[in-house]
Write a protein that binds this ligand. Structure first.
Ligand code: GDP
Length: 303
């Protein structure tokens, strides 16, 4: 089973998927367009969350960082006048240091991620979507800024006029991503931000062509006219999409064979442009709810 993932909604689903599918049979292709350097180390927010989920150390109150982490290094830096864009925990920073060290030794991001996963004792395959650098930039009335600056420094407050993904035109899926698709025909597009998390994955060269040949089940991250969390609504609007499950399906266009929307959502019929619409409780407020949704999603394959 292959999942396309960002760093919150799909990891919540993965918390259930890993309870019903053997971990060795799970491949997660993760967005890297939100990656950024903090104090000299490469932070991959979405990859880190997926790593920590499988390592049973994710902080599920925030869906980023390590549970019960301490912040001594961040506070020490602040005391000497160095304010970090993100409040990086000490153990979390250890991951970033090791990743950056591996990259400095000449490993690719894919190799560094697999090495981290192995050292954390993870048997699922966690793959960055690409080894090339891509960066999501938000265009605001005051200029263009990196997604993390927009979301963390400015709290997602400025108007978003459009979204640009630098480097995406030249970016290709890594070899590891391509061979994962050679061996697996079942793909879940998790309930992640369709613009900043799933969007960059789908825009990689050749990705849509690959997915068109697969059985794809997508889950909507929007319930009614709002996302469960995060800036998806504002950014969908900035890109010209309606903030609704129908708008999400428009982003994915012809890819999903089945599109799962919340049972509380507006009735959008039983089929749109070839995608069968299935209603379910998609609000994952506990592991039990993640497992229930995962079971429903996995059972949709082959139906
Ligand atoms: P990011 O990388 O941290 O932005 O995280 P993602 O893109 O993976 O996830 C953000 C999206 O997940 C948001 O659009 C949320 O609406 C969605 N999301 C978060 N929790 C849930 C949930 O329990 N159910 C559903 N359906 N969507 C969720």
């Amino acid at each position: 089973m292959i999942l396309l993932s960002g760093g919150t909604g799909t990891p919540k689903l993965l918390a259930g998927i890993r309870k019903i599918i053997p971990e060795e049979e799970i491949t997660v292709i993760v967005n890297t367009a939100e990656d950024t350097h903090v104090s000299g180390n490469l932070v991959c927010p979405d990859i880190d969350t997926v790593l920590y989920l499988f390592a049973d150390s994710i902080d599920t109150t925030k869906w980023w960082g390590i549970r019960d982490d301490t912040f001594a290094s961040n506070e020490a830096l602040r005391r000497v006048g160095h304010q970090e864009i993100m409040r990086i925990g000490d153990r979390d920073r250890a991951t970033h240091i090791l990743r950056s060290e591996l990259l400095r030794e000449g490993r690719t991001l894919t190799e560094a991620t697999c090495e981290l996963a192995q050292r954390f004792g993870i048997s699922a395959t966690i793959l960055p979507m690409t080894d090339q650098e891509v960066a999501t930039q938000i265009i605001t009335p005051d200029g263009e800024m990196h997604f993390q600056e927009y979301w963390i420094t400015h709290g997602g407050e400025p108007d978003a006029l459009s979204v640009r993904i630098h480097g995406i035109e030249e970016a290709v899926p890594s070899d590891a991503v391509l061979s994962a698709f050679d061996n697996d025909d079942s793909v879940i597009i998790g309930p992640s931000n369709p613009i900043t998390s799933i969007g960059p994955i789908l825009r990689l060269h050749g990705m849509r062509e690959i997915l068109r040949e697969k059985q794809v089940v997508a889950i909507s991250p929007i319930i009614g006219s709002a996302p469960v969390s995060g800036p998806a609504g504002k950014l969908m609007r900035a890109c010209g999409y309606d903030v609704s499950s129908a708008g999400v399906l428009e982003c994915y266009r012809d890819l999903p064979d089945v599109f799962v929307i919340d049972r509380e959502d507006l009735d959008i019929g039983t089929e749109i442009d070839g995608a069968r619409i299935v209603r379910a409780d998609t609000m994952m407020t506990s592991v039990e709810k993640s497992v229930a949704l995962s079971r429903l999603v996995v059972d949709l394959f082959g139906t």
